[in-house]
Design a protein around this ligand. Structure first.
Ligand code: HEM
Length: 235
């Protein structure tokens, strides 16, 4: 077996892979939110121009998307394997699961819901990508003009989706889980990479909480804003 395969089979190797893919996905989520914040603007052409500019990256976009898919799958499969080996090692002694050997417990809602929040986000991504990325486009009438060219009216699709309470509330619920997942995941990644000292740990923990709250609120705010439409611009 090659040294790389051997490393990937070890617990430490799995944790390092989890940390690297998790941090890379966090970076994607930050960039994705930054682009999506344009949905708060009254003028939908800004968001459509932004989405169109990504498409015009051509081959580069396909490479980035393939990389993103690899990171999502590696993170999810590895997470399920780690959780599976924890369950197997624990056997029937479920009652002892939160013993901390005398140290203060780090267990909280975020740490205990990692597998549930992770699997929900994975399910969300399947629905999300098939609806927005591969959903109705120019052929189905979702078309607009950007500098004289006919492009997909993605802004209209997002607005029509979040004007429906079921979609908007469903998204908002998943974004709360995303926040919980990031809150522990961010701290845990630094721990797994061995980049943590007793002094650094609380700092990383606070950064993780702030990042998780900002990202969850930012994403959650989009469907909420469109659904409530306080300025009356999406009707
Ligand atoms: C209110 C929240 C969100 C909105 C409005 C939104 C919007 C969109 C839209 C419009 C697209 C299609 C882009 C295109 O076809 O050019 C997209 C793609 C995507 N979104 Fe989201 N998104 C949201 C939350 C999220 C979250 C929380 C994640 C990750 C956890 C995520 C991951 C993705 C991924 C992986 C793609 C495919 C990117 C690609 O292949 O180019 N999105 N999103």
């Amino acid at each position: 077996m090659s040294p790389l395969r051997q490393a990937m089979r070890s617990t430490v190797g799995k944790k390092v892979l989890m940390a690297i893919t998790g941090l890379a996905l966090t970076l994607f989520v930050i960039v994705h939110l930054a682009g999506n914040l344009q949905l708060f603007l009254k003028d939908g052409s800004k968001f459509n121009a932004y989405a169109h500019s990504l498409e015009s990256l051509g081959g580069l976009l396909y490479v980035a998307e393939a990389g993103l898919l690899f990171f999502i799958l590696a993170h999810a499969v590895n997470g399920i394997l780690i959780k599976g080996s924890h369950w197997a090692a624990r056997g029937d002694v479920r009652y002892s699961r939160y013993q901390t050997k005398g140290a203060p417990s780090r267990q909280n809602l975020s740490t205990q819901s990692m597998i549930v929040s992770g699997l929900t986000i994975l399910g969300f991504l399947v629905v999300h990508i098939s609806h927005f990325k591969f959903g109705p486009g120019v052929a189905e009438g979702y078309v607009t003009q950007i500098q004289g060219a006919e492009v997909r009216d993605l802004h209209r699709l997002v607005v029509e989706t979040f004007r429906q309470p079921g979609w908007a509330l469903g998204y908002m619920g998943v974004m709360v889980l995303l926040g919980l997942h990031l809150r522990h995941g961010f701290w845990s990644a630094f721990q797994s990479l061995g980049a943590m000292s007793p002094r650094l740990s609380p700092v990383i923990s606070v950064i993780g909480v702030v990042l998780a709250v900002l990202l969850a609120l930012g994403f959650l705010g989009i469907p909420a804003w469109i659904l409530v439409d306080p300025m009356g611009v999406y009707r």
